[in-house]
Design a binder for this molecule. Structure first.
Ligand code: ZN
Ligand code: ZN
Length: 216
């Protein structure tokens, strides 16, 4: 099955992923997108080639302090064996996500958070949070702003955000100056994988109170 992906990874995220400098939660979203996306898999090969070239020329050229630091980071990240993007043919969850969840969709232990919306925390290092979100077809997410970066990957169904539509495999990156109210498209329940590096600031009181309890 070919995915109709229209929203891809921004260059900065791709570069940080190739260099191994992304927090684990974001790496997981990137690896999961790449598992679904031939275009970004090809771009990743280019970014990794650039990274390799930096390493090969490291003794030949005089490096600035910043460049040396970046190179050392690159070397140490290689040693850590980052999350691998592997092409998978079946299931709702691509392989990198299945490794975290311990299986496909049926293995997720959902918690209801109201309005038919459910979520499940995906355990990663503390630098950022990853979670799965289930939004019933046609249902709305609460209005919210962002304290940091929020990266959303659609795994099933689709959602509408302003005039844009995000379907399976599509990525949306939101930051501090963006507020939005994604609405799940009718027809199919929407399931997303979301990474955030700051607590979301929900605009209505009840979600804000629930935020602490739910760790979102
Ligand atoms: Zn892509
Ligand atoms: Zn958001």
């Amino acid at each position: 099955m070919t995915e109709q992906i229209t929203h891809h990874l921004p260059d900065e995220l791709m570069m940080s992923y190739a260099a191994g400098t992304l927090p684990e939660a974001f790496s997981l979203v990137v690896a999961t997108h790449i598992s679904l996306c031939d275009e970004c898999r090809a771009r990743l090969v280019e970014f990794e080639a650039v990274g390799g070239a930096v390493l090969e020329t490291a003794d030949e050229v005089e490096l600035s302090e910043g460049a040396l630091e970046a190179t050392m980071k690159l070397i140490s990240s290689r040693a850590k064996d980052p999350i691998k993007a592997i092409r998978t043919s079946s299931g709702v969850f691509p392989k990198p996500l299945q490794d975290y969840v311990g299986g496909d969709l049926a293995s997720v232990k959902w918690r209801r958070i109201g309005g038919g919306v459910k979520q499940a925390i995906v355990p990663t290092s503390k630098a950022a949070n990853a979670r799965l979100l289930f939004i019933p077809a046609g249902a709305e997410m609460p209005d919210h702003g962002h304290a940091g970066t929020e990266m959303t990957l659609v795994l099933q169904g689709a959602y509408l955000d302003d005039d844009d539509r995000f379907g399976r495999g599509d990525i949306e990156v939101a930051n501090e100056d963006m507020e939005h109210t994604p609405v799940a498209d009718i027809g199919e329940d929407c399931i997303c994988l979301i990474a955030t590096d700051g607590p979301l600031r929900f605009n209505s009181l009840i979600p804000r109170m629930a935020q602490k309890l739910l760790r979102i």
